[in-house]
Unconditional design. Sequence first.
Length: 343
Amino acid sequence: MTTSNPTMLSGISPSGRLTLGNYLGAIRNWVGAQGQFECFFPLVDLHAITVRQNPETFADRCLDFIAQYIACGIDPTENAIFVQSHVPEHSELAWILNCYAQTGELNRMTQYKDKSRRNVENMNAGLFGYPVLMAADILLYQATHVPVGEDQKQHLELTRDVAGRFNNLYGPVFTIPEPLIPAVGARVMSLQNPTRKMSKSDEVEGNLIVLLDSPDVISRKFKRAVTDSGNEIVQRVDKPGIANLLNIASATMNVSIDSLEERYRGKGYGQLKSDVADAVIALLEPVRQRYEEVRSDKNGLEDILAVGSEKARAKAAKTLTEVHRVLGLIPATSRDRTLDNGY
Ligand code: ATP
Ligand code: LTN
């Protein structure tokens, strides 16, 4: 069953607004991989409902995200862009894999520990099982490569462990996926609180660069970004604000951190902030301009999702049928056979 065709899969949950972190850690690398892999890009809406979403605005937010994928340069004619809930195989495989993931290993997930600390009023079982649904997303498509930011490394390890455990019991059903984590930009930090990750569901505006921010807003946010005491522009653990700006500069200007430290020797923080802002504006402005046009064609977006989910279902159903077979579940027969027998 396992395939070694280069297959890429990566998902984002439609909560909050897409950020520079999502772009540098994930989306930019999806764009670069097109043509080299068969690509599946689910918008993982079932992951998003682990925290309460507003039903009045949720569908619109999902379309906003899909339009941003396309504005970033994902070609929907070459790659399957779809919504997770349109492919019910995800939920079914997640249930099955729940029976192969250990509660002990799920308890060790740092994202779970962090999210349950922040959601004390709604510590639902979905938050706990979240990484198993993610494993199902990946394994259904026999993905060989999964481009993600640094924070998802632990979930990928879990996916590999669960897949390996299943394969040891039943034979080579699942491809074991490799994470693809970029060398720079894999962990963009909050601008006001640079010891924390920039997170798209953060409601504090100054912490984030949002993909659709205007150039003015981007400049203002960088100008106000928290820096450290002293005036040296170097990447050091005791200088998280400057280290974050250097990391963003390196990822957006395509220059190594060493050369940036050299370039900014003797210069002030203000110069670094304004150069980083310019580089980020140059990167995001084309996305913002393209977005309006793509988003205004609602029917076009819905067609893209219909085509994407059809392509996704074909592959997902194949894997799920094989999973049923190795587990010894009774095969579903169609009614036609009964009719053939003369009943
Ligand atoms: P939320 O705040 O809703 O939990 P998030 O910003 O952490 O969202 P996810 O949907 O969890 O975003 O992540 C989508 C993709 O973006 C993942 O591949 C993740 O690793 C990557 N990513 C998220 N935040 C960052 C960041 N700050 N730096 C680099 N990559 C990131
Ligand atoms: N858990 C991921 C989002 C996600 C994902 C995936 C990423 C869900 N399914 C499959 C890669 C592959 C997160 O970033 N919070």
